[in-house]
Design a protein around this ligand. Structure first.
Ligand code: FES
Length: 321
């Protein structure tokens, strides 16, 4: 049973492959407030007749409870969720969704905020800019796309950010986009960084931030295309200490999915390595960490591991679960 029943009030074409959806409550009631960086899980119908959920960030003003705005990229090589949203839904249709959840919040400790968005990663970053602008907080937003006509929510970013908005058109060549070295050098105390976009951008920003000496807790990110099983993975044996059971995880399934298929009661949400809810302790074997949420301390000292995305080197691993 979904939390929210949402009517699609308006669909607008933002770029050649991004549409914006304005959603209201189907019974006209106010929607739950959310915090900048939040997303909702939308139920989508897939071509094989199954139903699944897809997470989409909220780009609208977090204080606006009359409507939510999503921006959705139609992914050509996707599994059909964005194709359903783009091709099957029309204005007036009703969709089911979860309440807003936030794995990518702003940080109250920040005295200044550096927002970086690439492509469709603009959606949570735009909500952050709206929230920071409304509260009078210090921020700058840097946003890169291939070309002006391929920049979703360009007019909103310009209106919300004013002179604090910096737009880049790289023609598809990141080297012509945001100069990360320049942007991330000379960090002043109290500055926090928030980045959302393709995995390559996140990696480049995180690497540069580390090189430039940014403390780990000041670099916040959300990945839109998380690591996926890549076809080169192999079958795993996973020993679960609480039941003493050994489960076999096929190459094309995640450890979490096999645990859930076995009826195990385990917390999870994103299944993408970004929320950390599924984390369990490793007590044997060598983990191949692929999540985007655990810190080095959590991995090395606390031995935590996200079975929704991570695997094991050497074919077997023992988990305290
Ligand atoms: S379910 Fe979110 S990190 Fe595993």
């Amino acid at each position: 049973m979904s939390d929210l029943s949402l009517k699609i009030e308006k669909i607008s074409q933002q770029t050649s492959n991004v549409k914006a959806y304005v959603l209201t409550s189907s019974d006209g009631a106010a929607l739950p407030e959310f915090t900048a960086g939040a997303h909702i899980d939308v139920m989508v119908d897939l071509e094989d007749g199954s139903t699944d959920k897809r997470s989409y960030s909220l780009a609208s003003d977090p204080k606006d409870t009359s409507a939510y705005t999503l921006g959705i990229l139609r992914e050509v090589a996707g599994k059909g969720g964005s194709a359903f949203m783009h091709d099957k839904l029309v204005e007036g249709a009703v969709i089911e969704a979860s309440n807003p959840k936030n794995h990518f919040p702003l940080d109250d400790e920040a005295e200044d905020n550096l927002l970086i968005a690439g492509g469709i990663g603009v959606t949570p970053i735009l909500a952050m800019a709206r929230s920071l602008s409304a509260s009078g907080a210090k921020f700058n937003m840097h946003y890169a796309a291939r070309a002006p006509e391929e920049m979703a929510f360009k007019a909103d970013v310009e209106a919300v950010c004013g002179e604090n908005g910096h737009l880049y058109f790289d023609g598809g060549d990141p080297a012509k986009g945001i100069n990360l070295k320049e942007l991330l050098s000379n960090r002043q105390g109290g500055l926090h960084l928030f980045v959302c976009g393709p995995a390559g951008l996140i990696e480049a920003v995180r690497t540069m931030a580390t090189e430039q000496g940014w403390p780990e807790n000041t670099v916040h990110y959300e990945v839109f295309k998380p690591a996926e099983l890549d076809g080169e993975d192999t079958e795993l044996e996973v020993v679960l200490t609480e039941t003493g059971e050994t489960i076999t995880v096929p190459a094309d399934q995640t450890i979490l999915d096999v645990m859930l298929d076995k009826g195990m009661d385990i917390d999870y949400d994103c299944k993408m390595g970004i929320c950390g809810l599924c984390a369990v302790k490793v007590v044997g074997g060598e983990p191949d960490h692929r999540d985007f949420v655990l810190t080095e301390d959590e991995r090395e000292d606390e031995k935590l591991f996200c079975p929704c995305i991570s695997r094991a080197k050497g074919g077997s691993i023992t988990l305290e679960s």
